[in-house]
Design a protein around this ligand. Structure first.
Ligand SMILES: [Mn+2]
Length: 463
């Protein structure tokens, strides 16, 4: 890892300038100025909110403390980081902040100064482009700054393609996530509530140094597995057959996003395994299509076609051909979301250009609407759900209801749903799966059963 010691901020600044040049041909009088997040407190309270760095600022700086600023002089190719002035109250409570000398060593920038020098930098060029006019107004700089849509575009296009450093961070996040999922699958003797699943995942992520999760973990059992973003995570597991956990650790502001499903007692019920194998087939076949130049729209739609064929085979759809069923949109009752999204510093990363008003309901919630390119990281996460609300909507729509075999479908309600989600790097000739935790149903059953055989005393649990 020694070659990756520094966050490649300079390389990122050049990437942004390259994409900006496609929108503004003459950048000789332009600079980029971005401000990082400040440390905020909760309303009517002096308790600090968890600090989360603003991602565009981080991309251009690698600086992960509050109240930083970064200035990129495009024509001089010069990157300057501004630290907040030292506040002696802060020193009393929190210790000394990072110094200019330490910052110069730690960050890949040309200059480090305190923020009282910002004004003089902003007067160097006629055009200071920024993303967040509110931050800028609050700072009350006399120099002119403008919120630039072209800059948003350039930042998003630059962030779309991950470099070696970023991929290394994402591999690390993925590895922590693998271990944490394995821990969850192995610890059924101490998991009697959805909250215990959640606790086990956080405990193992934190022990591996991941202080923040990429998103609030979704830990559900039984019928709750049919709720896509279930985060209540507080129901008992008795009488339930299935678990779905969608959780990913974060590493140095880079995310992972992985979903696994397993049977609570290690024995797949007939319906649970049927759904599981349908989703696994959707994932395997779509993953095999991932390569530069491939259309994510087409890959997503092929997942719908696989679900339809399998539903006909198992009698869940009837009264129509695969083509008629596909055209009706009824598969969205059971697979309502997109096949996957870009992944990076944000879990739903920038640059996907979704169209939430697409006339084709199958494409409406697809968060990535472009051709795949080498260096993109995407999730491949097909799902199949038996959500009573969505099924009721389908049954009310005469163009869809005739294809749903309600008697058969109702047998699957206790399963709730299955989603299998891996993180995939698009490579020169295909893809690399960054997720290592098994999705094989036999291996999963064995892991769960081996954990159960160890018994409650095997695990670290005071309560
Ligand atoms: Mn996801």
């Amino acid at each position: 890892m020694s070659q990756f010691l520094k966050y490649p901020a300079k390389l990122h600044a050049r990437n942004v300038a390259k994409h900006l040049r496609t929108k503004i041909s003459d950048l000789s009088s332009h600079a980029i100025f971005l401000s990082g997040s400040t440390q905020e407190s909760y309303k009517y309270s002096d308790t600090a909110k968890p600090f989360r760095q603003e991602r565009y600022f981080y991309y251009l700086s690698g600086f992960n403390f509050p109240s930083g600023h970064v200035y990129y002089d495009i024509s001089k190719d010069e990157l300057t980081l501004f630290l907040p002035q030292i506040d002696y109250d802060d020193v009393m409570w929190s210790g000394f902040p990072i110094s200019i000398e330490e910052s110069l060593k730690k960050y890949d920038v040309d200059n480090v100064l305190y923020e009282d020098k910002i004004e003089s930098y902003l007067n160097k060029h006629k055009h200071n482009l920024t993303v967040d006019i509110e931050q800028v107004t609050n700072a009350r700089y006399s120099a002119s700054l403008s919120r630039s849509e072209d800059l948003f575009y350039a930042l998003d296009e630059a962030r779309l393609i991950k470099d070696e450093y970023e991929i290394a961070m994402m591999r690390k996040a993925a590895k922590i996530t693998d271990n944490s999922h394995l821990a969850v699958m192995s610890a059924l003797p101490i998991e009697k509530n959805e909250g215990h699943i959640h606790a086990e995942f956080l405990y193992h992520s934190l022990r591996q140094g991941s202080k923040h999760q990429s998103y609030d973990p979704i830990c559900c059992s039984g019928p709750n597995c049919g709720v896509l973003h279930y985060v209540k995570n507080d129901e008992g597991l008795e009488e339930r057959q299935s678990i779905l956990i969608d959780a990913g650790a974060e590493w140095e502001n880079y995310t992972s996003d992985v979903t696994r499903c397993f049977p609570i007692n290690g024995e797949w019920s007939k319906e649970h395994l049927t759904v599981y194998n349908i989703v696994l087939k959707m994932q395997k076949e779509t993953m095999a299509m991932i390569k530069p130049g491939a259309s994510w729209d087409e890959i997503h739609l092929s997942a719908h076609k696989i679900l339809i064929e399998e539903f006909i085979k198992f009698g869940l759809f009837h009264n129509g051909t695969a083509e008629e069923i596909y055209q009706s949109g009824v598969s969205t009752v059971f697979f309502p979301h997109g096949l996957g999204h870009l992944l990076g510093m944000d879990t739903h990363d920038v640059g996907g250009y979704p169209n939430y008003e697409d006339a084709d309901v199958k494409l409406r919630y697809l968060r990535l609407r472009r051709l795949l390119q080498k260096g993109m990281v995407v999730t491949d996460e097909p799902g199949c759900y038996f959500n009573p609300y969505l099924i009721e909507l389908g049954m009310k729509d005469p163009t869809q209801a005739k294809f749903i075999n309600k008697v058969e479908v109702d047998k699957y309600l206790p399963v709730g749903g299955v989603r299998i989600e891996d993180d995939i790097l698009v490579t020169e000739n295909g893809f690399e799966n960054l997720t290592g935790i098994t999705s094989d149903p036999l291996e999963i059953a064995k892991i769960v059963k081996d954990g159960i055989a160890k018994g409650r005393d095997h695990f670290h649990n005071l309560v």
